[in-house]
Design a binder for this molecule. Structure first.
Ligand code: NAD
Length: 339
């Protein structure tokens, strides 16, 4: 029998997961819930199933086996808790929440129900990042230097507000914090500073926004550049530089300095030199793997996944420690104190 899958939040990133799900012959797409009902209805035209403006109706009428949650960071909580209460497995986009209190509440619901969960940290699934992790095993890691430079402001209206985007989107891109944990283990403490270096508002007369990244906003309260220093539990030090100042291209990656090995990660690809020399590119379909793993595990009757909800909680903890450091004027903040 086909796995029954539903979606909550059918905006920008959901399109990738909808298309990837539609490629699977062993899955039936049963329904879509979005507070903007017309977006859910568009999915019905494209993939079949039913549209709802309320996720509870989707859960109770369609009884999906799995739901894919692609709502903005501020909208998490009840969507996951009600799924867990009904034994519905879930995939959730990063970051998992905007507060540790809410993330811990959802984690408790997940543990109680025993469902399978997966967080959308897709960079962990590229063949190249997996190989880098293997190569780093057993070596002393010295530095984990990361950057995440975006070519402007993404279009969703919630994005440029701290309380809605949750900081792990704007201030300290959560993909890099998670991948740093994948390579080098948990982070013990963080120091962070932010700044705004560009005039973003008001929107100049005659400005036409491109459909992808924006160079102006009507209002915003996020910084446009961030610097973080992290101490990993292993003793390794890490840095993360982030910017949303428009500059023409996406650029994200790492340098990892380890005993006998220097690794360069660029997007999902990697190269290394030292006592081993090599390079590896991710397969074209690498962003599919994070969702497909959850589907495959549920079909096989397993609940283990590579990035269960608790991993999202831990990666969120680093962002929140960064926020706290900024609030305290750049003091060192222990991640464990916020968990
Ligand atoms: N993994 C990645 O590379 C990646 C890329 C882009 C976005 N994301 C993440 O995905 C999430 C969504 O981002 P997006 O760009 O798709 O945002 P979006 O604003 O384009 O889409 C969000 C959708 O959720 C709907 N929604 C809001 N509250 C809801 C609720 N309570 N119930 C049902 N629907 C609700 C909105 O109407 C909208 O259609 C964010 O957390 C973002 O960080 C991840």
């Amino acid at each position: 029998m086909a796995l029954k899958v539903g979606f909550v939040g059918t905006g920008g990133i959901a399109k990738r997961h909808l298309d990837n799900t539609a490629k699977r012959k062993d899955i039936q797409m049963v329904g879509y819930a979005d507070v903007a009902l017309e977006r859910a209805e568009e999915c019905v035209h494209k993939y079949g199933g039913s549209a709802y403006d309320d996720f509870i109706k989707l859960y109770d009428e369609q009884k999906p086996d799995v739901i894919v949650i692609c709502t903005p960071p501020f909208a998490h909580g009840q969507i996951e808790e009600e799924a867990a209460a009904r034994g519905i497995h879930f995939f959730v986009e990063k970051p998992v929440a905007v507060s540790m209190e809410l993330a811990n509440r959802v984690q408790a619901a997940v543990e109680k129900s025993g469902i399978a969960t997966q967080v959308g940290y897709m960079f962990r699934f590229s063949e190249a990042t997996k190989r880098v992790r293997q190569l780093l095993q057993g070596r002393a890691i010295a530095m984990v230097q990361a950057h995440y430079y975006m070519p402007g402001l993404p279009p969703p209206a919630w994005w440029p507000f701290m309380a809605k985007g949750g900081g792990s989107e704007n201030m300290s891109p959560t993909h890099m914090l998670d991948l740093g944990r994948f390579f080098a283990g948990d982070v013990e403490s963080v120091i962070a500073m932010t700044s705004t270096v560009r005039r973003w508002t008001p929107i100049p007369d005659g400005y036409e926004s491109p459909d992808r990244m924006l160079a102006y906003a009507d209002e915003m309260d996020i910084p446009d550049v961030t610097g973080m220093v992290m101490r990993y539990e292993s003793g390794a030090l890490g840095t993360l530089s982030c910017s949303i100042v428009p500059q023409g291209k996406w650029d994200n990656g790492f340098k990892v300095v380890a005993e006998g090995l220097l690794v360069t990660v660029e997007g999902p690809n990697a190269s290394w030199c030292g006592d081993e020399v090599g390079e590896m590119k991710a397969a074209e379909c690498w962003p599919e793997y994070v969702l497909y793993e959850l589907y495959d595990q549920v079909i096989a009757g397993n609940t283990e996944t590579s990035v269960p909800y608790i991993e999202g909680v831990k990666s969120l903890g680093i962002s929140l420690a960064g926020y706290e450091s900024v609030k305290r004027g750049g003091c060192q903040v222990r991640v464990a104190d916020l968990m």
